[in-house]
Design a protein around this ligand. Sequence first.
Ligand code: NDP
Length: 445
Amino acid sequence: MYDSVEKFMANVVLKNPNEPEFHQAVEEVVGSLLPFLKANPKYADAKILERITEPERTIIFRVPWMDDKGEIRVNRGFRIEMNSAIGPYKGGLRFHPSVNLGILKFLAFEQVFKNSLTTLPMGGGKGGADFDPKGKSDNEVMRFCQSFMMELFRHIGPDTDVPAGDIGVGGREIGYLFGQYKRLKNEFTGVLTGKGIEWGGSLVRPEATGYGCVYFADEMMKHQKDSLKGKTCLVSGSGNVAQYAIEKLNQLGAKPVTLSDSSGFIHDPAGIDENKLKFVLELKNIKRGRIEEYAKKYNVKYYAGQKPWGITCDAAFPCATQNEIGGPDAETLVKNGCRLVSEGANMPSDTNAVHTFIKAKIMFAPGKAANAGGVATSGLEMSQNSQRLSWTREEVDKKLHGIMIKIHETCVRWGEDDGFVNYVNGANIGGFVKVADAMIAQGIY
Ligand code: NDP
């Protein structure tokens, strides 16, 4: 039995060099789990930590495609099949130039715990490519997706591995990927989630991650006998998760005041209401423009190259990407009175930021709990595909809300100590137990 996080991590770093995001994700989980493992030696005896940090399978492949000028381009594709103890591998695909093995391994690792927390039978995986859809024509994106699926199709299936969207992979990309899988296999199955509503998708899937992240924040507030009503909220990002976090915040009477993209952020002190959000949806999902245009349209301030964390707020919803809140950003948030952080993105707070939030004893929900609504609703899409039925919007939303309430309860059960809920410990231990017990039950593999 390793007696310290440092000892365990030394081996992880040695075996997985140059993968800082993966190290960061593992270190956080091991930090939460060590006291629990000491009290429950069966997990250490079965070497669960050593096994759970090693992907069951890693697939890396070439993705050649032709651009509109007739030039051949080559990208690198990945699928990390991390853990299948409690169900088929499940997790999104990310298309972004920053994608590499370490980033996808961190995401796949987080996904194992997140999927377990949802209460649904889903293992963990993640994939993607270092392809940048920005500035590409629809035809170029289609040719890329078709080439990507030309290799991926042999590794996935509705009972094996079910990918979904993530950064750079939305409804358009899922459509091209699904179409190619169908041609190759001659099968119409639920092999991908996030599908269009006319061809096997679930209502509320596009909204689910953003809604879920706000439902979770609402539960944290209720646990403190408070609510989101009237609270000033910062949101980062302006993609899928950010858009629907804003929508739900408005529905619950909160006031979201910021949005960002990788070029900068806008601050709208009057609040980003329903009408302004419609403009954002059109700008980002159809015109594929930059958030700076919001500032021009509504005559508000745009901060080029900056993040929104310096604006005074009651709550923050980081919904863009990993490590977007550093230690100094976290200190500024706390100093300005922020009492709640609910992570819509995966690992948006770096290690120092997490320590700052926990030390300040604010309500801090890690992504693996707060953004689990997306994959939970993907799980509901899989159930509907298996039944060949479509549930109503109300049914799906009610189930999503119920799942977020349960995840909150799990975090409180495992993370509450002396009146303070450490949601990081709660999510890590709560997510771990089910997977670890299943691994022990299924023997050494
Ligand atoms: P989108 O591609 O729809 O949007 C991503 C947003 O984040 C864009 O505004 C983008 O700006 C910004 N962004 C991306 N990379 C960076 C960067 N390096 N620096 C600053 N801003 C950046 O993705 P999603 O909304 O789907 O995903 C956002 C986060 O939520 C990710 O961490 C993802 O893993 C996580 N998540 C998503 C789920 C889902 O269901 N979609 C489920 C669970 C988690 P720009 O346009 O300039 O790139």
